[in-house]
Design a protein around this ligand. Structure first.
Ligand code: FES
Length: 131
């Protein structure tokens, strides 16, 4: 990985849960999902309408913790690869942020972050979050 940024420590993410990170305005730019010693990091950008996925702070997963959910229109994504398997954007993917777990449990992400899809960049997500 060329350039990296310290995102958080593994202990800051609940095992079997998720946490929003890199606060920007009222939204988190990314979220991390932890399953034991495995961490995946994603842009907080739903491919359906390019809104943040969470309906409240750190709520990114289904009730059973098995899937990522966008609460705007109930799109469901696989944690393994970000594939939307149910909902209005079925067949599309979340944008993965390359991440690395250090030996001390620190979580590092590649920077700059992957680009969000064009409609997201043009629209300004905060204005449309609750519309
Ligand atoms: S904005 Fe995520 S399902 Fe519609």
């Amino acid at each position: 990985m060329a350039d990296e940024q310290l995102l958080c420590h593994l202990d800051e993410i609940p095992d079997g849960g998720a946490r929003g990170l890199l606060r920007q305005g009222r939204d988190d730019r990314v979220f991390a999902v932890r399953q034991g010693a495995q961490v995946s990091v994603w842009l907080n950008d739903c491919p359906h309408n390019h809104r943040p996925l969470d309906y409240r702070q750190d709520q990114f997963l289904s009730g059973d913790g098995r899937h990522i959910v966008c609460y705007a229109h109930s799109a469901h994504f696989a944690i393994a690869d970000g594939h939307c398997f149910a909902g209005p954007c079925a067949g599309q993917y979340l944008t993965r942020v390359p991440a690395r777990l250090g030996a001390d449990g620190s979580v590092w992400i590649a920077v700059p972050l992957p680009a969000a899809p064009a409609p997201f960049r043009a629209a300004g997500r905060s204005e449309s979050r609750h519309s």
